[in-house]
Design a protein around this ligand. Structure first.
Ligand SMILES: [Ca+2]
Length: 405
């Protein structure tokens, strides 16, 4: 990934400098995130809701307001009380979690009927019993009790496996029809992604028990794994179903200058590695998407790259100006980006720099936005973003901003 240290909106960079002068208080060290960020909707207050986690990867809110968080390494699941207390590791996870590099415990999703069946779905890198370096993405579900998962069963195993710790993908989402989508990475096997008999660089759609839905796009077609929903993805870092359209939106880690947002439709081919914006890490050129109209181009891409992570469609009331827009985490860019949408087009891109890698984004029941920082214990944190009530000082800063544009 390239390190895009400057946001593209010049006014936004100025706003950061202004808020740094007015809002950073106390003995802030270089590692500290800002306490406040100036954005298009006002000052965003940044608080640490939870700390002490080890590489937190995915966050879901339980119906009672508690959080469930996966820790990538060494592959642990934690429940976090409303007061921020982290539970001991939840027991009952599979034994053979491959917790190296990009691997470990990854995406979480609650069953659409969680309130009655208490089922949790989780993605993880799994190694062979007899070959601890040979790993692939797997998905399982279990029933969540107070301190353990029971009835754990494997629903999906990506194939083939490789002795490589890169690009597992690992996000999960449910479609409105209750089927489960598994977003996989290409395991850095670029040349194998267009092979429709494997599950590298694919979105997978399965029933909640792991069986194949009859209406999957490639059911009965020779040479296709029938679990494939879409293909030609590189490494999906985030994915969520648009609450308005019911379609999956994903972000992919691209090559240099080619991170993408794709709107996923069944049976479509998103082009990797035949076409993509940007260039390979070897600097070798890649055909641009318009040269391949037979493939589906992204609706948006970043240059410089941000290395996108988890994402949400914001639907809460805390940030009225961000309703129905995307908020996307960034790893190498150490940021989160707010994207204003018009249908399936991105019409503005506003980056918030946190100075720490952001792995996942979630919306709380309170409408606040929660971010997971990609850091080792004791620094792995959950940040909580809310909108600051305007004060005389912030009003003056906003007026100054407006007059300078
Ligand atoms: Ca693509």
């Amino acid at each position: 990934m390239t390190f895009g240290s400057k946001s593209r909106g010049g006014w936004f960079g100025l706003a950061i400098a202004l808020s740094a002068a007015t809002a950073f208080s106390g003995a802030a060290s270089a590692e500290d995130v800002p306490e406040s960020l100036f954005t298009s909707v006002g000052h965003v207050k940044v608080e640490t809701a939870v700390d002490g986690l080890n590489y937190p990867w995915s966050l879901v809110f339980l119906p009672d307001g508690e959080m469930l968080v996966s820790e990538k390494h060494p592959g642990r699941l934690r429940r976090i009380s409303k007061s921020g207390k982290i539970s001991p590791p939840i027991k009952g996870l599979p034994e053979n979690i491959y917790a190296k590099g990009n691997g470990g415990l990854q995406g979480l999703a609650l069953d659409p009927d969680f309130k009655t069946n208490h089922r949790v779905y989780f993605a993880f890198a799994e190694h062979d019993e007899d070959s601890p370096e040979n790993a692939a993405l797997s998905v399982a579900r279990g029933t969540l009790g107070e301190d353990r998962l029971t009835d754990v069963e494997i629903l999906f195993r990506q194939g083939p496996r490789f002795e490589d710790d890169r690009e597992f993908g690992g996000r999960l989402a449910f479609l409105p029809d209750g089927t489960l989508l598994v977003m996989t990475g290409d395991r850095y096997q670029h040349e194998l992604v267009q092979d429709t008999s494997n599950t590298l660089g694919k979105v997978i759609r399965i029933n909640r028990d792991g069986s194949v839905p009859d209406d999957n796009p490639f059911v009965g077609k020779d040479g296709y794994d029938p679990r494939i929903y879409s293909l030609g993805h590189r490494n999906i870092g985030g994915g969520i179903v648009n609450p308005d359209t019911g379609k999956l939106w994903v972000e992919e880690f691209g090559p240099i200058g080619g991170d993408e947002i794709n709107v996923v439709e069944p049976g479509k081919n998103y082009g990797w590695p035949l076409a993509n914006w940007g260039v390979h890490y070897t600097l070798q050129d890649i055909p641009d998407p318009p040269t391949r109209p037979d493939l589906t181009a992204p609706i948006y891409f970043w240059n410089p790259s941000v290395s996108p992570s988890g994402m949400i469609f914001y639907t809460g009331d805390e940030f009225p100006g961000w309703k129905n827009s995307l908020v996307v985490g960034g790893l190498a860019s150490q940021s989160a980006t707010h994207l204003t949408l018009q249908g399936e087009r991105v019409i503005s891109d506003e980056r918030m720099d946190f100075g720490v890698r952001i792995r996942d984004v979630a919306q709380g029941p309170d409408g606040a936005i929660y971010l997971l920082t990609d850091e080792a214990a004791p620094n792995g944190r959950i940040l909580r973003l809310t909108l600051e009530k305007p004060t005389a000082e912030t009003q003056a800063a906003s007026t100054l901003e407006t007059t300078k544009q």
